[in-house]
Structures are given as structure tokens and as C-alpha cells.
Design a protein. Structure first.
Length: 185
């Protein structure tokens, strides 16, 4: 039986903080692999700045050097909002003999009760909460503390808009992809 982490998010764009959170979950929870799930049409955000095609490609580029990281286009292929509940149901079909862990940040933890079928979702898999701020995490959630990482996608998008070099916040190759496709201008 493998321990599989599902790491969903808008990744608009993916940055080193996302990679650090995934590595923290992988190592501290003893996961065998993490599957990144870039959202297509997010149920929690009014609009995303980056097209789902570009966000998927940036994640693919950003995780290419990590052997235990995979990417899935399950949510980006959807033409409608995709809820985590549906995603986990689908992944349980493929990984029926494995243990699934959904990786979230402490900001998502704080608003988890607003998620679609949140109670049912807790019965389908375990939840790893990556916390940077010392937020107390209560069972059934599993808290994993990560060293603070002051990087945000909003800050990166703003920096690109202002023509600042933000390459040090992004995994190798992602900044070049953003420039090549003129994203976030």
C-alpha cells in the first residue's frame, strides 16, 4: 500500500513555496508521491489570472526535477467547476489499494467547512495541513509545520506586471515560460 498525496491548487503561478510545501508533506508524512492537481475552474476563486493550459504547463515544468512529484490534468480537462470531493472520488478508483492524503494550506483549513461535501470528503481521505503560522490544527486533520516562506502568487504576478525580476521565487524554467508566453502583464 502506497501513501499518495493529492495537492490541488490554482498554482497561478506555481512557486517555490508550493514546492517547499509539497516536499514538507512528502517527507514529514512519509508519502510515496504527490500528485499536483492544477484547478481548471476554481470553486473558491472568482477568477484566475493564468489560463488553465498555461498553469498546467507551469506546474509540469516546476516539478520536473522532483522524482516523487507527478501532475494530473483531471481538473484542468473539466469544462465546469471541479470540487475536491469529485476529484478524490475519481482518484480512489485508480488508487483503491492505497492511502490518499489531501494536502492543503492552513488558509484552506480555516475555510474547510465551506467546501462542497466537506464532511463526506473527510471520510474519503486524510488531510495534511501545511501550516506556516503556528495555527492549531485539530483532528481529524493532521498538521505539518513548515518553515515560513514569504512567497505568494499574487506578489509574483504583481512583480511581473511591474517588470521586476521575480525568477528567484519560481522553480527553474517557470519564469522563462511566463516571459515567453507574456503572462501576467
Amino acid at each position: 500500500m502506497s501513501k499518495i498525496g493529492l495537492y490541488g491548487g490554482s498554482f497561478d503561478p506555481i512557486h517555490k513555496g508550493h514546492i517547499k510545501a509539497a516536499l514538507t508533506a512528502l517527507n514529514k508524512a512519509g508519502l510515496d508521491k504527490i500528485i499536483f492537481l492544477p484547478s481548471g475552474i476554481s470553486p473558491h476563486k472568482a477568477s484566475l489570472k493564468g489560463d488553465k493550459y498555461h498553469r498546467y504547463n507551469m506546474v509540469k515544468i516546476g516539478i520536473q526535477d522532483e522524482k516523487n512529484f507527478l501532475i494530473s490534468d483531471y481538473e484542468t480537462k473539466k469544462t465546469r467547476r471541479c470540487f475536491s470531493y469529485e476529484t478524490v472520488i475519481e482518484f480512489k478508483k485508480f488508487y483503491s489499494n492505497d492511502e490518499l492524503y489531501f494536502v492543503i494550506g492552513d488558509d484552506e483549513y480555516e475555510s474547510f467547512n465551506t467546501w462542497y461535501k466537506s464532511n463526506e470528503l473527510l471520510e474519503l481521505c486524510k488531510f495534511l495541513v501545511i501550516t506556516r503560522s503556528g495555527v492549531e490544527i485539530n483532528p481529524p486533520f493532521i498538521g505539518i509545520c513548515m518553515e515560513p516562506c514569504d512567497i505568494s502568487s499574487t506578489e509574483i504576478r504583481q512583480g511581473i506586471k511591474e517588470n521586476r525580476d521575480v525568477s528567484d521565487m519560481l522553480p527553474f524554467g517557470v519564469y522563462e515560460y511566463i516571459l515567453k508566453h507574456n503572462l501576467y502583464k
